[in-house]
Design a binder for this molecule. Structure first.
Ligand SMILES: [Zn+2]
Length: 440
């Protein structure tokens, strides 16, 4: 009997469908090697283990993971550039670095084997959202030290797709190439794609006439409301990819076609959710900070790395058949949070609030100032030309609705300022949502 062949199924995706018990066995085998490796070669980890009176032999099952010491971004900064490497330089074939906001960046390293794992999880990511050999993927993530560009690039090649290594920026050329080369998918930040949507008609392109059907968007938090806006305005399907350089780069988790949370590639990245305040592990379904342990990283093992990303894990079965748990969409990073009048506020709450109001555009900035010792927030939002060109009444109505919508979501009243389209600076990479002008 002939077996049905699903042309969309890539063999690299097989581990996505492993029974849970088998996956846990695999995780356990890999974890033991990882803990031993970090203990033998990373002095920071060994010292912390010794401080807790632990050796790798004290880790007897996956349930012992929460006993292990955590690693923080601060550790990477303090051991800049090579202090956390577990491989000799002769085995390290690639370095990447994050763009540090202040001072030195963080540096991450890969052996040949690490690069293979990275390409593997990127193939599985592309496959999860329906891309396959024959697709033409325009890779508009920045190439260079940032992991987005090369991560997506080698993943797309390993998938068997055609990759256009255009990198970020130069909007006119992006649109020309997209049309002439017949790109079927694009990889970039969601905010840059919004910029393409906005520029297309002005530069004489209609995205709906192009073969483009899939967007793989990541590298910054974005909301469900933003996804709906992108899909409605461009006619493509927008998928969320999650990753971070410290762990591997993009490809830690990816949404499938059900668009109901990102499947985490648990056979390589062991996830936990912990309580932000107490650090205690939380059960599936509860929201807290995502902590990840790499299960195969040779050059730079990360044991219980605190991502600062806030999410929840779900083990509910997904319609796609993958048995990998999913993380809820990450709209919040504990790093992005700002505190106003004692209340924690996240940019994603403002984004959701403003996208609920008709007449607004998904371009906004949150300005924090301090006047006479009091923190003030002004949310600047672009509105459509129709609203802006209309009577004063239309503007006032949008402003009222916006204020109400923000108050509903945050419990606070913020100053709002409606501005003309194209006023807020566009980003070709990660969008800058919060401008903090308070004196420190
Ligand atoms: Zn799924």
């Amino acid at each position: 009997m002939k077996m049905p062949v699903n042309p969309r199924f890539h063999p690299a995706s097989a581990p996505d469908y492993l029974p849970r018990g088998q996956r846990q066995l695999l995780q356990w085998q890999r974890l033991q090697g990882m803990v031993q490796r970090a203990y033998d070669h990373v002095s920071l980890f060994r010292e912390r283990m010794q401080g807790l009176g632990m050796t790798p032999q004290d880790v007897r099952s996956l349930e012992d993971v929460p006993k292990l010491p955590c690693m923080l971004k601060k550790d990477l900064l303090e051991h800049y550039p090579y202090g956390l490497f577990a491989s000799p330089m002769k085995d390290i074939v690639r370095l990447h670095a994050s763009t540090g906001t202040t001072g030195k960046p963080i540096v991450v390293a890969y052996t040949q084997e690490d690069l293979q794992v990275w390409a593997n999880v990127m193939v599985r990511s592309f496959s999860a959202c329906g891309l396959h050999a024959g697709d033409i993927i325009q890779n508009a993530y920045g190439y260079g030290m940032f992991t987005g560009g090369l991560g997506a690039h080698y993943g797309a090649e390993a998938l068997g797709a055609t990759v256009i290594p255009i990198s970020g920026g130069n909007t006119q050329r992006q649109l020309m190439v997209m049309k002439d080369f017949g790109a079927t998918a694009i990889c970039c930040t969601p905010s840059y794609f919004l910029h393409l949507i906005e520029q297309a008609p002005e530069l004489g392109f209609n995205l709906r006439d192009l073969p483009l059907r899939t967007g793989v968007f990541g590298a910054e938090p974005w909301t469900e409301a933003m996804r709906q806006r992108i899909e409605a305005e461009s006619g493509i399907k927008a998928y969320d990819i999650y990753g971070l350089s410290e762990i591997i780069g993009p490809g830690v988790a990816m949404e499938c076609r059900c668009q109901a949370g990102a499947h985490i590639f648990e056979d390589w990245f062991y996830p936990e959710i912990i309580d932000l305040k107490t650090g205690q592990p939380l059960p599936d379904g509860e929201e807290g900070e995502l902590v990840l342990t790499t299960l195969g990283k040779q050059a730079m093992p990360m044991i219980r790395y605190r991502t600062r990303d806030i999410t929840a894990l779900t083990s509910e079965p997904c319609e796609c058949g993958r048995t990998l748990r999913r993380i809820q969409r990450i709209g919040r990073r504990s790093d992005d949070m700002f505190i106003i009048r004692g209340v924690n506020v996240y940019p994603s709450q403002i984004e959701t609030a403003l996208l609920r109001v008709e007449g607004t555009l998904p371009h906004y900035q949150i300005i924090l100032t301090r006047e006479k010792g009091l923190d003030e927030v002004e949310v600047q939002v672009e509105v459509t030309r129709e609203v802006f060109g209309d009577t004063v009444g239309a503007l006032q109505q949008v402003q009222r609705q916006l204020g109400k919508s923000i108050e509903t979501l945050t419990g606070l009243r913020f100053k709002t300022r409606l501005v003309q389209p194209q006023t807020i600076q566009r980003s070709e990479g990660k969008a800058k949502r919060v401008v903090d002008r308070r004196q420190m």
